[in-house]
Design a protein around this ligand. Structure first.
Ligand code: ADP
Ligand code: MG
Length: 329
């Protein structure tokens, strides 16, 4: 069956029927607006991301199920980067009337699997016909106790720069697809099934360990630059310290130029944070406790030091920032 036959309200009803009651949700899908409760002493954190077919994803390289999961996951990652607890999600969806209902069901299955995994509730959205590509707009709302959310503006000279997980896997998978090759299933999952680092972000925030934090959507070079700008500081990154997966290393052996993907590749959805040097061990053990390793990759400097990279030979050069900009190509 095509979406054209099920209709907008048929689709919304089928989604609504699958979302159960949840704490804090007085009204969810089905009214003009969701009516929600925020715990006393908390603040609301809100974030939105757009995913556009052919810009952010291609059905040749991802399933509709994974797309549903990822559309939610990348938003949860933004709440994680503030140290908050994600709670409510809204999904705006535009797709062609000729879309197979089974493909939409797979997408909704992905959305609901990701929300269920993280204890988040789908409380609304909007649905309309697209004359061409799919457009997905997800909004997430989270909460954090007053005064605990971590911004991009708190890094000071002397802080250390830490990153979770490994870098460049997602960009490597994408570059293999773009060259007509198939990444192995682990690499493909690093691109199509990012894991929002929610527990780690909350721990780093609630303990006051992170002085600044951001999630990696555009690569360390670009995303750390956002922290440096907001905090009015510089930084030195240690090239040999960048955490790389076994899969990434095996490709790197054959193609040394791939190291650029570890610094400038997008969509890792790992957390990048700064931590006072005296609290390094505490931060590393928090990562260990949560099961998401943190690696120290550099030091925050005075603004005048700029943003630079120290390589294995000890040579230092300015880091050129080449994150993805939708309008400057
Ligand atoms: P309105 O005309 O007021 O925008 P809609 O008819 O678009 O209302 O939506 C009806 C209800 O269904 C609303 O509660 C809305 O939040 C929800 N909704 C619409 N599309 C989606 C979607 N894709 N996912 C989840 N909820 C949705
Ligand atoms: Mg509407």
């Amino acid at each position: 069956m095509k979406l054209g036959a099920l209709g907008e309200f048929g689709l919304i009803d089928s989604i609504r029927a699958r979302v159960g009651v949840a704490p804090g949700v007085h009204r969810g899908i089905g009214d003009d607006a969701a009516e929600l409760e925020i715990p006393a002493g908390h603040r609301l954190l809100t974030s939105t991301d757009l995913l556009l077919e052919e810009v952010h994803f291609r059905f040749a390289w991802t399933s509709a199920y994974d797309l549903g999961r990822k559309a939610v996951a990348v938003n949860l990652s933004d709440i994680a980067a503030m140290g908050g607890e994600p709670r409510f999600v809204y999904v705006g969806l535009a797709c062609p009337a000729a879309t197979e209902v089974s493909q939409l069901e797979a997408f909704v299955n992905g959305v609901l699997a990701e929300t269920a995994e993280h204890g988040v509730t789908l409380v609304g959205g909007d649905t309309c016909r697209s004359p061409g590509p799919w457009v997905i707009s997800v909004t997430v709302e989270g909460t954090a106790p007053v005064g605990t959310a971590v911004g991009r503006d708190g890094a000071s000279p002397g802080d250390l720069v830490l990153v979770s997980g490994t870098l460049g896997d997602s960009a490597l998978a994408l570059s293999l697809w773009q060259q007509g090759e198939n990444p192995d299933s682990w690499l493909a999952a690093r691109h199509n099934r990012p894991s929002p680092r929610i527990a780690l972000g909350r721990e780093l925030a609630l303990t006051g360990l992170a002085t600044a934090m951001i999630d990696l959507s555009d690569g360390v070079a670009s995303d750390l630059e956002h922290i440096l700008q907001a905090s009015g500081v510089g930084a030195e990154i240690l090239g040999p310290a960048l955490p790389l997966s076994l899969a990434f290393r095996s490709h790197l052996e054959r193609q040394p130029g791939l190291i650029d993907l570890a610094l400038g590749g997008g969509e890792d959805y790992e957390l990048l944070c700064t931590v006072p040097a005296a609290r390094l061990d505490e931060a590393l053990s928090a990562g260990g406790r949560i099961g998401v390793p943190l690696t120290m990759i550099g030091t925050v400097k005075e603004r005048a030091a700029g943003f630079r990279l120290r390589d294995a030979a000890g040579e230092v050069r300015p880091l050129r920032v080449r994150g993805y900009d939708h309008f400057c190509r």
